[in-house]
Write a protein that binds this ligand. Structure first.
Ligand code: FES
Ligand code: FES
Length: 169
């Protein structure tokens, strides 16, 4: 199999039963994506595939020939944080941190969905002044946090969502 992962062309020889999550963690040593439930229930394994957020535990690696995959390792670096990573730090959007890579990848995908106008039934006004807390909770409902850091996670996402809304205005 060949993929583009975090902007780099990568190859892997995988069993057809290997999930995308196991490909990342076990074959490519990209352990930022976490295995929480392995059943599509927690969102800890969320990554971006061709810009869309998916649960990597629910999809087989062989389904992703030539896809562009972005994991938490590809969003930013300690020296140069992605805006959502910086917002999670500023708002204390984590406790143990196990759900955090999935939360951040999911939030990146979610803000892309908002920009594309998806799910506009959730809110009458998606452009201004940003996403409210209820809407963020609904749109992020696939990402669980066992530490219940939800208020801070939503505050971090709201800050970046408001920045996106002002930039688009
Ligand atoms: Fe994939 Fe929980 S590990 S959803
Ligand atoms: Fe611990 Fe979310 S910070 S599970």
């Amino acid at each position: 199999m060949q993929f583009t992962i975090n902007g780099q062309r990568r190859e892997a020889d995988v069993d057809v039963r290997t999930t995308l999550l196991d490909l990342l963690r076990e074959h490519l040593a990209l352990t930022g994506s976490k295995k929480g439930c392995d059943h599509g229930q927690c969102g800890a394994c969320t990554v971006l595939v061709n810009g869309r957020r998916i649960n990597s535990c629910l999809t087989l690696a062989v389904m992703h020939q030539d896809d562009e995959i972005t994991t938490i390792e590809g969003l930013g670096s300690p020296e140069r944080l992605h805006s959502l990573q910086a917002a999670f730090v500023a708002h204390d959007g984590y406790q143990c941190g196990y759900c955090t890579p999935g939360q951040i990848c999911s939030a990146v995908g979610m803000l892309g969905e908002v920009a594309a106008g998806w799910g506009s039934h959730v809110s009458a006004d998606l452009s201004s002044p940003g996403l409210n807390t209820d809407e963020i909770a609904e749109r992020m409902s696939g990402n669980l946090c066992r530490c219940a850091a939800y208020p801070n996670i939503r505050a971090a996402i709201a800050e970046v969502g408001a920045d996106h809304a002002s930039a688009a205005a």
